[in-house]
Write a protein that binds this ligand. Sequence first.
Ligand code: MG
Length: 226
Amino acid sequence: MWRRVSVAVLLVAVTGACFAQERPVKPPRGAIVLFDGKDLSKWVSRDGRSPARWEMTSDGAMQVKAGTGDIMTRDEFGSFQLHIEFNIPAMPQASGQGRGNSGVYLHGLYEIQVLDSYQNETYAKGGCAAIYGIKDPDKNVARPPGQWQTYDITFIAPRFDDAGNVIANPRVTLRWNGVLVHDNVEIPHITAGGIDSKMRKTGPILLQDHGNPVKYRNVWIRPLKD
Ligand code: MG
């Protein structure tokens, strides 16, 4: 009897987990949809003017088209809550930073790394969900390549005095596949590859073209009051 019940519970749990990763999370009230699977109208190339040249896929995602460059939102945001889903292709011949590399840059300045970290070693602070070069996630909860994964990010913008000096560094909280891996972590400096050399009050969301065909879908943002 109990065995039958526990098998049933296990089955429900496994099925639920599968659905959880396959089903896009619905944007909440007040969210601005940045990508809904239809077009790239909210996005431009890294120069801020020319159209984003990534590919639209038949499964309603946008995909890095190697060599076309980073893309970023037309609009800028201060503090916000961001939801983004990503899918890393299987690249068994590649390793380290060459396997499924992309990235989500907050304000265009602070990279939350996207990488295949399922069975792929790389250097410290460089794996998936790392605040690149600053801090590793508290846990590695990477899913295998080919599966959808989620980032739920709360970003608190830096604060400045009247003279423009930074008086409070930005902070980030990240849930990766629903697991808290950064809890209100201070970001002391910008990371490599950003769009500016110093912190700013607002900035775009930038997605990195690192040459690997990573897909993104269901991107929404909810601005927060500073
Ligand atoms: Mg990257």
